[in-house]
Design a protein around this ligand. Structure first.
Ligand code: OGA
Ligand code: MN
Length: 283
């Protein structure tokens, strides 16, 4: 049996139906999966009862798994440290000791690195019965709906991405001194070209962007805020309502995402396993 791809009802994203490593895990299927990921920006493969080894095998269809920025044991799976664990029970152990809401505002993963991950994959290990959606924006659609004046204005501009922008409304987990010392800062184009489709997308990360090359910080923040407000319009959003054993893969080169900030609704721990795929230098 071959797989089929069913677009979600929302503005973008798609569900993959019929994928099974045993019966159709061949190169043709893998190529269909890669194409669907790039075409739909977010894809969901349901009913994956996956062990860490299998999760790694699945991720490798899309590229090389890379470690997360924070080398903190609390956020990694002990048997497979390349797999991160995102738990609603996590606290900022190296800092305030208070609960941390990882991913709880619009962002794009690890954008302060010179080659941010092309994709991120989450496996829903345990879900609360209410709340806990992950929301996405389609930054290609957002770019294509900019005015031509705005397209001209951002052409060639590069934003400075740091571990945590001083303008961020969300606090990132406190890091060890070792992690702080290796923390990269990168400059990336705001109008980013997708290496596969050649289409442009608005590349933003309000948690990490501090300024724009050649601009004063105040003007840069005004422009970045304007681009964020434009990108986060309902018509460019998809909100993923998780089912147990969903595997969700998104394309960081053309989306932003955030965990819905509604953990007050949870009746049990929300726990995800995460893998990231090596990316290229944005251009
Ligand atoms: C992530 C992330 C959001 C969520 O894994 O990078 O931002 O809903 N997750 O858990
Ligand atoms: Mn994230």
């Amino acid at each position: 049996m071959s797989i089929s791809i069913r677009p979600f009802d929302g503005n973008f994203g798609a569900e993959v139906i019929g994928f099974d490593f045993e019966t159709n895990g061949n190169e043709d299927t893998f190529q269909l999966l890669r194409d669907a990921w790039v075409e739909h920006a977010v894809i969901c493969i349901r009913h994956q009862k996956i062990e860490p080894e299998f999760f790694l095998k699945l991720a490798k269809i899309f590229g090389e798994p890379i470690p997360q920025l924070i080398n903190h044991k609390a956020f990694a799976l002990p048997s497979h440290p390349v797999i991160s664990v995102l738990s609603s029970g996590h606290v900022d152990t190296l800092g305030s000791g208070k609960p941390i809401n990882r991913g709880g505002s619009w962002h794009s993963d690890h954008s302060n690195t010179p080659q941010p991950p092309s994709g991120t994959i989450l496996h829903a290990c345990q879900l609360p019965s209410q709340g806990g959606n992950t929301r996405f924006t389609n930054q290609t659609l957002a770019y294509e709906n900019l005015s031509s004046d705005m397209k001209k204005k951002i052409e060639g501009l590069k934003a400075k991405h740091v571990y945590q922008s001083k303008y961020s409304t969300r606090k990132m987990p406190t890091r060890s001194k070792v992690d702080e010392a290796i923390s990269p800062t990168s400059f990336h184009p705001i109008a980013r070209t997708h290496p596969v489709t050649g289409r442009k997308a608005i590349y933003l990360n309000p948690v990490r962007t501090e300024t724009i090359e050649g601009m004063n910080e105040t003007d840069a923040q005004v422009l970045l805020d304007e681009l964020l407000a434009h990108s986060a319009q309902d018509e460019f959003q998809y909100s993923h309502e998780w089912k147990s054993d969903d595997v969700l893969l998104w394309d960081n080169r053309q989306t932003m995402h955030m965990a819905a900030a509604d953990s007050h609704l949870y009746d049990r721990e929300r726990r995800m396993h995460r893998l990231m795929i090596k990316g290229d230098t944005p251009f």
